[in-house]
Design a protein around this ligand. Structure first.
Ligand SMILES: NC(=O)c1ccc[n+]([C@@H]2O[C@H](COP(=O)([O-])OP(=O)(O)OC[C@H]3O[C@@H](n4cnc5c(N)ncnc54)[C@H](OP(=O)(O)O)[C@@H]3O)[C@@H](O)[C@H]2O)c1
Length: 91
């Protein structure tokens, strides 16, 4: 990717989301994994970093953000944290 883009991935620790995160991080995007369990998100982020390092893909930018997307208030707060140019997540 010419310009680094930030991509929020709901279900970032899941089958579909985890695969998407791997593919996008491998193409140079900054990836933010969203889910309800910080420890699971961090474990997934570590696996993606290790996999990409094994392929010589450098140091991917992978963040995590714990949020329950069934909670509208929490979702709004997460959107504010992760707004373009305003990333200050917990990953
Ligand atoms: N896998 C397939 O082949 C396939 C095919 C067609 C459609 N789909 C659909 O695609 C979606 C994802 O599938 P998947 O296989 O990746 O499922 P999955 O492995 O169960 O992952 C779902 C992810 O969503 C997160 N999640 C669930 N509720 C959440 C909430 N309230 N707030 C935040 N995060 C939440 C879970 O993380 P936490 O529990 O840690 O929060 C989990 O990481 C599903 O809707 C599935 O029906 C999947």
């Amino acid at each position: 990717m010419a310009d680094r883009q930030t991509v929020l991935i709901a279900g970032g620790n899941g089958n579909v989301g985890g695969g998407a995160a791997m593919a996008l991080a491998g193409r140079g995007a900054e990836v933010v994994l969203l889910g309800r369990k910080s420890s699971a998100l961090e474990a997934r982020a570590a696996r993606i970093r290790a996999d990409l390092a094994g392929r010589g893909s450098g140091d991917p930018a992978i963040q995590t953000l714990e949020v329950d997307l069934s909670d509208q208030g929490a979702t709004r707060r997460a959107a504010g944290v992760a707004a373009p140019g305003a990333w200050r997540g917990n990953g």
